[in-house]
Design a protein around this ligand. Structure first.
Ligand code: FAQ
Length: 344
């Protein structure tokens, strides 16, 4: 024992030696966890909340899922605006159900993000102070009833195209939430198409209203898929991790190819003179998206950004009493249960 202590150098060195041994052990544990994580990803398996995951994977998921959740709840606003003005009882009932569904999607998604260790309050704070992103598409106004149909047909159509591959996302809770979301989005897309079909079989004024709405929304829907692959900083890593399965450009192309025949059935023109079938590629070519406008909107300067955020903040503040009442009720129930257990 003594001889050993004689061998120990002075000062901080012993602590450093212990730390080095500990660090090496920690490194080994970390390496093993990383190897296991990589193996699950390579085997196309699922990562679950209690599994070890790299910090960057967790951060990416919180970023994407919270942005997605915010998009769903901000996305209630452009159409919610038309509930009191729907042209018939049937259309009103459908629209109420659809807008409620979007709220529900937001809730599943916030819950999925919470499993990663971020609280709903943190996510909502980020939205309310304007730090968090949400989909560019919800910063445009809904000027006529035809906009509601076009949102269903094109915006929900684009959302499904992007979300079907997310049902195979490597993070279990997100993938499972997306299965139900996609089923509901598919109803949303159909109701939009059907509402437009009814208008296109109506008067010349109704047909013109539909065409005008399509003209205003088409390019914004193409931009929804995100920047071109070459300018998409998150794509490569997102695809490596099995979060993203199909690239922004490939999804955009799939959307164009699927929508052109639907536009023919409706009898509307898609507002792009460069839109044509390319036999060689087996896809439609399409024109240039205005990326400057897209980034201006994403960065807070679209036509309705300020209005959307102000409405969300007000809704959250107006709902404070409901959250307080729910908490007080839960507390009362817990106290009552504890008293009953004590008495038993
Ligand atoms: N708007 O590197 P990437 C719906 C941002 S739900 C705003 O390509 P990533 C249902 C992006 O966040 C619609 N920002 O990023 C509904 C990133 O910024 P960051 C929402 C956008 O993540 C219908 C930066 O640009 N759907 O519509 C947009 O790999 C009707 C660089 O981009 C989802 O959220 C955009 N359009 O790919 C509700 C689906 N695009 O975070 C009501 C899940 C990109 O680095 C009514 N999300 N950015 O600062 C995704 O699939 C992906 O996050 C993408 C972007 C594809 C949106």
């Amino acid at each position: 024992m003594y001889t050993q202590s004689f061998n120990v150098p002075d000062g901080a060195a012993p602590a450093q030696a212990v730390a080095a041994v500990l660090n090496a052990a920690q490194q080994q544990v970390l390496q093993a966890a990383q190897t296991k994580f990589d193996a699950v990803i390579d085997a196309d398996g699922k990562i679950e909340p209690k599994d070890w995951m790299p910090d960057a994977y967790r951060k990416t998921l919180v970023r994407q899922i919270s942005q997605h959740a915010h998009s769903e709840i901000v996305g209630m606003l452009p159409e919610g605006n038309w509930i009191s003005r729907a042209p018939s009882l049937k259309r009103k009932a459908i629209l109420i159900a659809k807008v409620q569904d979007e709220g529900g999607h937001g809730l599943y998604l916030y819950s999925a993000a919470e499993t990663l260790g971020t609280s709903r309050d943190q996510m909502l704070d980020a939205l309310h102070i304007g730090r968090a992103k949400y989909s560019s598409i919800f910063n445009y106004p809904t000027l006529t009833w035809a906009d509601v149909g076009v949102i269903g047909w094109l915006v929900d159509g684009a959302a499904i195209m992007n979300q079907i591959p997310l049902c195979r996302c490597s993070y279990g809770p997100y993938a499972r939430a997306m299965v139900r979301v996609c089923k509901e989005e598919s109803f949303h897309q159909r109701q939009g198409f059907e509402a437009l079909l009814a208008m296109m079989q109506g008067s010349a004024a109704q047909q013109a209203m539909v065409q005008d709405a399509v003209n205003r929304w088409w390019w914004k829907c193409l931009a929804m898929f995100g920047p071109p692959d070459a300018d998409s900083p998150n794509s490569v890593q997102g695809m490596r991790w099995g979060i993203k399965r199909i690239s922004n450009d490939d999804l955009r192309q799939k959307f164009v190819d699927a929508t052109v025949p639907q536009a023919k059935v409706l009898g509307v023109t898609l507002p792009d003179p460069d839109l044509k079938w390319n036999e060689e590629r087996g896809h439609h070519d399409y024109g240039q998206i205005d990326w400057d406008e897209f980034w201006a909107t994403v960065n807070g300067n679209g036509p309705c950004n300020k209005e959307r955020l102000a409405t969300r903040v007000k809704a959250h503040e107006d709902g404070q009493w409901v959250r307080e009442a729910a908490m007080a009720h839960a507390q009362k129930q817990a106290t009552r249960q504890a008293q009953q257990q004590e008495a038993a």
